[in-house]
Design a protein around this ligand. Structure first.
Ligand code: NAD
Length: 253
């Protein structure tokens, strides 16, 4: 299904981006993973046997260079998966202003720029798939996550707008909105919270992180990767502009 599909996956050195790169590579896609962490990126690319591009995607020039590199080398871009992101936990009163700028640049402006830069290639082929790794925090807020929640809400707006513009061009654009996914980032948070609250790791997950979820277990990154794969399939060709929740029932309540 993904055979020979040229796929850019940002944040591919770790966590969800890595799982998507692995799944897409196994399906025969030509994958370019892009990340700022050069050491982990090279290691991931070697393990997966895929291509890589190093750059800080919170800046405009590396976003442009990533797409130029891919088109020069492979002649086109079929699939763009925007995954790179970070979290900062702080009250609005104390939120570092430079962190706000960085997070909006990385998690909202970069997906916009990359969408803009891949658009003409997808348009000329009459086929394209853009997937934005959003979050349940694109749909609901939690306190102390102002920049993250704002960027992810904005990303759903971008997803819907691009979906409307891509409808007649064979380009679908969707967002995946998971609750907590088992990645190194989340594992570290669990360890830290278990220590600070003096409770077990299981209790951190069920009573703190997934308090609002009906299903009290973490999502595996491979499940997110399978959803991304489905969104690239023919069966999903009429799914566009959607914010697909993988939230264990968080927003059902
Ligand atoms: N883990 C979760 O629970 C969860 C839940 C919902 C949504 N998400 C979203 O999924 C995405 C990936 O999260 P993850 O848990 O896999 O995190 P992760 O930390 O494992 O991976 C994120 C990757 O982004 C890269 N990155 C950071 N800054 C960058 C920059 N300036 N330029 C290029 N790359 C940069 C990192 O180096 C890292 O490899 C994020 O957008 C996150 O918001 C995660």
């Amino acid at each position: 299904m993904l055979k020979e599909k040229v796929s850019i996956i940002t944040g591919g050195a770790s966590g969800i981006g890595y799982s998507i790169a692995k799944t897409f590579s196994e399906e025969g896609a030509r994958v370019v993973i892009a990340d700022v962490n050069e050491e982990r990126l090279k290691e991931a690319a070697k393990t997966l046997g895929c291509d890589f591009f190093t750059g800080d995607l919170s800046k405009r020039q590396p976003c442009k260079a990533l797409v130029d590199y891919t088109i020069q080398k492979y002649g086109k871009v079929d699939i763009l998966v925007n995954v790179a992101g970070i979290q900062t936990v702080s009250s609005i009163e104390e939120f570092p202003e430079d962190k706000w700028d960085f997070m909006i640049s990385l998690m909202l402006t970069a997906p916009f720029l990359l969408t803009k830069y891949v658009w003409s290639s997808m348009k000329s082929q009459g086929w394209g798939r853009i997937i934005n790794l959003d979050s349940i925090h694109g749909l609901v807020a939690s306190e102390y996550k102002a920049a993250y929640v704002s960027a992810k809400h904005g990303l759903i707006g971008l997803t819907k707008t691009a979906a409307l513009e891509g409808g007649e061009l064979g380009i679908t654009v969707n967002a995946i909105c998971p609750a907590y996914v088992r990645t190194p980032l989340v594992d570290n948070q669990i360890d830290a919270q278990a220590k600070s609250h003096g409770i077990s790791k299981e209790e951190v997950v069920s009573k703190i992180m997934l308090q609002k979820s009906a299903i009290k277990t973490l999502i595996e990154p491979d499940a997110v990767a399978e959803t991304a794969k489905f969104l690239c399939s023919d069966a999903a060709s009429h799914i566009t502009g959607a914010a697909i929740t993988m939230d264990g029932g968080w927003t059902a309540g």
